[in-house]
Design a protein. Structure first.
Length: 321
């Protein structure tokens, strides 16, 4: 069974890759940042990356009946760093997502955002989204998932929104956490940290024996590629990583300081496979990684949506027989 998806705010492809692994084929990907568009095409030249990636100008009329509308709408309207302005923030794209649901009438919707969206200040906002979708024929629910529960070596709590068209009469079940703990930062990155012969790599691996703090991608207004505010840098330092910037390469044999992550190391911490390339220089690449939805989490949720849709298709075949 071929399932199609439309993705908005696709970024560097974390969600798109996860959904691909879950069995979805992308009919269109909408992303406004040119450098992220190039990342998508660098890895999947055949994907239909919409040239004008402004969601506000994207029409879903050509994609009616797609199986899934997915996306990671901008988080600043709901993050504490973005002052939690919600619907008063001009970066709030939930209304555009609802418009596209009405135009496309997908079987399912999957959107992700920061945990701040579940704060009580947004209770009425979330209810309005659910009410709007109910009027369009969808049953919606929210869930807070931690990336570490799905094999990603960082906590990274994210709010996932899933809506299913009620006329399909199918039950969506949230993915269960993995029974095996995720690797520590040391276990995850030892081979990359030691690739230039760093003599202290084994000692560092034992020190970095916990999962990572949440990677912070920031925005264009942010400075260079560092690992977040002071509290985040302190958390990184506690597991042996200098969070004040990124390194161009792994430590050399005589290196005697806290090591910094490279772009490739950060991507692995985010759950990207090593063959996923990022367009742009270090700062641009890191921002794409830090703002991405971890592919293993997208795969887990997307896989449950796919399973529900496939179960419905099997029932229809049996009824026809």
């Amino acid at each position: 069974m071929t399932m199609t998806s439309i993705e908005i705010c696709a970024g560097a492809g974390g969600q798109a890759l996860g959904l691909e692994l879950a069995g979805f084929e992308h009919a269109a990907l909408v992303e406004i940042e040119a450098v992220a568009q190039q990342t998508l095409l660098l890895n999947r030249p055949k994907w239909n990356v919409v040239p004008d990636g402004d969601v506000r100008r994207f029409s879903g009329s050509d994609f009616q009946g797609a199986d899934l509308l997915a996306g990671g709408v901008p988080c600043p309207p709901f993050s504490k760093a973005g002052r939690q302005l919600g619907k008063s923030d001009d970066r709030d794209l939930f209304p555009e997502a609802i418009r596209l649901v009405e135009e496309i009438q997908p079987k399912a919707v999957m959107l992700e955002n920061v945990r701040g969206l579940l704060d009580s200040v947004f209770d009425s906002y979330r209810k309005k989204i659910q009410d709007d979708l109910r009027k369009l024929g969808y049953a919606a629910q929210w869930r807070l998932l931690n990336a570490s529960d799905f094999g990603v070596p960082q906590l990274r709590p994210r709010v996932i929104f899933v809506a299913i068209r009620r006329d399909l009469e199918i039950d969506f079940e949230w993915p269960l956490p993995n029974k095996v703990r995720p690797p520590s930062v040391g276990e995850c990155l030892f081979d990359l940290m030691s690739e230039r012969g760093w003599k202290l790599a084994s000692r560092w691996k034992d020190w970095a024996n916990d999962i990572a703090p949440t990677l912070v991608g920031g925005s264009k207004k942010h400075g260079g590629p560092d690992l977040g505010p002071t509290r985040a840098k302190d958390a990184w330092a506690s597991i042996g990583v200098d969070g004040h910037g990124l390194a161009d390469e792994a430590p050399d044999p005589k290196f005697h300081q806290l090591p910094r992550l490279t772009v490739r190391m950060a991507a692995r911490i985010q759950g990207f496979p090593d063959d996923w390339a990022f367009h742009g220089r270090k700062t641009a690449a890191y921002r794409q990684i830090g703002n991405a939805f971890p592919p293993p989490v997208a795969k887990a949720v997307g896989g449950q949506i796919a399973a529900a849709l496939e179960a419905r298709a099997r029932r229809r075949v049996l009824r026809a027989a």
